[in-house]
Design a protein around this ligand. Structure first.
Ligand SMILES: Cc1cc2nc3c(=O)[nH]c(=O)nc-3n(C[C@H](O)[C@H](O)[C@H](O)COP(=O)(O)O)c2cc1C
Length: 333
């Protein structure tokens, strides 16, 4: 990948998250120092049918570069045609192939993690897309394997490398695990040792110290952060400071957190359709932000109901004023 060798520091990726990592959220994470962005996964068929929703999903701002558009599908020629169409429409810095999605409606059509148990097809998909979009780089995101009995990420990564894939991100869980249990970083390390292309480790990174720990103890060339960035997008700024040996970056104050939340909502509303609809679609993100805030349960139930920006601003002011009297609710979301 052209931007990859140029960077001497490890790369901090924002993980692709459907319904979360839209352009607004990606730009916010970029401001906090995330290095690489990947769009949420987009179906190759949606691209080929040129539907409007799909077009919106692959759109991004220049400030988000380097950015990859993530595609899923199972038919090598259809995926290659979709990748070529995306390159034509939006000229991303790379195309990312999703070989990790565990969702049934994707897997039963042989997409996402289904390809982890069909290595010949996975190899064919990757090779066909690489040839079709060259010289645009192709990267891939995989899981450890289908289930605990068939862990094959090392084999998969080698096949992808041989097919011309330039970077592999590994989520340290199997398809069967979904999001349960803990990411297995020993296995991620084995993958990174098995291939020459850069491996990006992914799973359960919640703090800047987690970032440094994983980079120090495994041979990954970067880390990818998902849910940790939903709750605390400033993790990128904190991690960069820590990696550069600067003093610990303090946690943002409650007021700073609310300023960020309000800004996120304002940007989303400015670019969305209706204010109530946009705020409803941000609910999951608002719940994530409220994790660990004082008075969490009550706060969350009020956040669930907001339909106007003004309500978010009022809630913020009220919450900051009351905070000294509220208990910290812990991290249950
Ligand atoms: C709400 C949500 C949506 C996700 N959507 C995608 C997706 O579109 N493409 C993908 O490759 N992974 C997707 N993932 C998986 C994440 O990219 C990441 O691999 C996973 O959350 C583990 O990393 P984390 O522990 O840092 O969250 C999604 C995860 C979540 C929680």
């Amino acid at each position: 990948m052209d931007f990859f060798p140029a960077l001497s520091e490890p790369l901090l990726y924002l993980a692709p998250m459907a319904g979360v990592t839209d352009s607004v959220f990606r730009r916010l994470c970029k401001e906090f120092g995330a290095d690489v962005m990947v769009t949420e996964f987009v179906s190759a068929e949606g691209i080929l049918h040129r539907n409007q929703r799909t077009r919106e999903m692959v759109a991004f701002a220049a400030s988000e570069r380097p950015l990859g558009v993530q595609l899923f599908g199972a038919d090598p020629d259809r995926l290659a045609a979709a990748a070529a169409a995306v390159v034509d429409w939006v000229t991303p810095d790379f195309i990312d192939l999703n070989f990790g999605c565990p969702v049934n409606k994707v897997v039963c059509r042989h997409g996402g993690s289904a390809l982890l148990r069909d290595c010949p097809l996975l190899e064919k998909v990757a090779g066909t897309v690489v040839r079709e979009v060259a010289p645009v780089p192709v990267t891939a995101k995989i899981r450890l394997g289908w289930d605990a009995a068939t862990i094959n990420a090392t084999v998969t990564a080698r096949l992808l490398e041989a097919a011309g894939v330039r970077v592999v991100a590994v989520h340290g869980r199997t398809k069967e695990q979904g999001y349960s249990g803990e990411a297995d970083w020993d296995e991620i390390a084995r993958v990174a040792e098995a291939v020459r292309i850069p491996v990006i480790g992914n799973g359960d990174i919640r703090t800047a110290h987690d970032v440094r720990h994983r980079l120090q103890t495994t041979p990954v060339r970067g880390v990818m952060i998902g849910r940790g960035a939903m709750t605390a997008p400033w993790i990128f700024r904190q991690a960069k400071a820590l990696l550069r040996g600067l003093p610990d970056f303090p946690e943002p104050t409650l007021e700073e957190q609310w300023n960020h939340i309000i800004r996120h909502c304002e940007m989303a509303v400015a670019e969305g359709d209706s204010e109530p609809h946009t705020l409803a679609s941000l609910r999951g993100q608002l719940m994530a932000y409220s994790r660990g805030m004082p008075g969490g349960r009550q706060l969350r139930s009020r956040l669930q109901q907001v339909t106007r920006l003004e309500q978010v601003r009022d809630l913020a002011a009220e919450h900051v004023a009351q905070a000294p009297n509220l208990e910290v609710a812990g991290m249950a979301a």
